[in-house]
Write a protein that binds this ligand. Structure first.
Ligand SMILES: [Zn+2]
Length: 373
């Protein structure tokens, strides 16, 4: 991760690059959930180990930068709160065993919250923590020489979840780490950290993202204009994880709406309109085309349950339920099934690069016939 990939926060980036030479052996990147604290720590890790850094940033291209970007650098260690899962129990509940999940989540974005993480690794509502066993492994990992980098880095995400005996076990190494070892603690609850920890580390205060920064960030993720984003940005309260969820939700609602409108069009006997809408679908991204069909399939499944009065099994928002109940009442079971099959068939063709325009037009005409038969 490079500093320039993180929206805004310029004042903190400057401080970090300027102080890098002074080589603080331990720093706490403290910021609220969904802030840039983890992203900045990752960018800092890239910066201090980069083979060709500029004054303001890492190069993003040297072997070190590339490995850090993929979270596979042998000298960048990660520790984070976890709980037992169906796969890992007891002494095996250590960060090393959760690295595949950690990498795949961070690949999505570095603004993750604890909830995102627990959801992702499948923590099943158990209390997470950073255990004493984990501390033992931290000390063990740091006792080895750096493999290839200038600095060996121990990044501890959410150290507030260290149980006290684990925290106490690392105090000595935190105070006097082996040479060229750097601790980056990324905290979202500074107040909960033991003073024995905070007193041994330099504090980097990371404020929440400003409204403008959130809007700029959202604008890179959607085709929506900035004017329309300000209201959504308000809801995120400076939390980029939240901002991404709001965008996803928004996209899902738009897709459902588009599907309902399309079915209505198929019901009406207007060939010109069907041709125009097929052209519109054609111009959407491949992902949007496929999600139109898959969310259509989900809506039809719910319509099916609704027509059977199995409403308890339905997972629909209020907006959807209107469509679902009307659609479920207006056509019979076997028609819903036939349409579902047609949609699956079209999905299959789209995946194999059939022309979207022809696929959607053909599909619209078939659905028209089914609905009117
Ligand atoms: Zn580099």
């Amino acid at each position: 991760m490079r500093f320039k990939q993180i929206i805004g926060l310029n004042e903190i980036k400057e401080k970090l690059t300027q102080s890098a030479e002074r080589n603080h052996h331990a720093q706490i990147f403290s910021g609220p959930p969904g802030s840039g604290n983890l992203a900045l720590a990752l960018a800092y890790a890239s910066y201090i180990n980069c083979e060709n850094p500029t004054k303001a940033d890492s190069c993003g291209e040297c072997p070190s930068c590339i490995k850090i970007d993929k979270f596979i650098h042998p000298d960048l260690h990660f520790v984070f709160p976890i709980s037992s899962t169906s796969k890992w129990k007891g002494k095996d509940v250590v960060s090393t065993n959760f690295l595949p999940e950690w990498r795949s989540l961070l690949t999505l974005h570095p603004f993750i919250t604890l909830e995102d993480w627990i959801d992702h690794f499948g923590g099943e509502n158990k209390q997470v923590n950073i255990s004493k066993e984990e501390s033992r492994q931290i000390i063990q990992k740091l006792s080895l020489k750096a493999f290839e980098a200038k600095y060996k880095i121990m990044l501890i995400w959410l150290p507030e979840w260290m149980n006290p005996s684990a925290a106490n076990a690392i105090l000595k190494i935190l105070e006097e780490p082996p040479q060229t070892t750097v601790f980056l603690l990324v905290s979202s609850d500074y107040e909960r950290l033991l003073t024995t920890i905070t007193s041994r580390a330099q504090l980097v205060n990371v404020r929440a993202f400003s409204m403008d920064e959130v809007i700029n960030f959202m604008a890179t993720k959607t085709e929506e204009g900035k004017d329309n984003l300000s209201q959504l940005a308000q809801l995120s309260e400076g939390n980029l994880s939240q901002a991404l969820k709001i965008l996803d939700q928004q996209t899902a609602e738009e897709t459902d709406q588009r599907f309902s409108d399309w079915m209505r069009m198929c019901w009406q006997n207007d060939l010109v309109m069907l041709v125009t809408s097929s052209e519109n679908f054609h111009s959407m991204s491949k992902l949007a085309q496929k999600s139109l069909i898959s969310s259509g399939l989900a809506l039809l499944r719910n319509a099916l349950l609704s027509s059977n009065n199995l409403n308890g099994l339905m997972r629909v928002s209020e907006d959807e339920s209107d469509f679902v109940s009307k659609f479920g009442k207006s056509i019979n079971l076997s028609k819903i099934e036939i349409i579902s099959n047609e949609l699956s068939e079209a999905f299959y063709h789209l995946e194999r690069n059939a022309s979207p325009k022809m696929t959607f037009l053909d599909l619209s005409l078939r659905i028209n016939v089914i609905l009117r038969s």
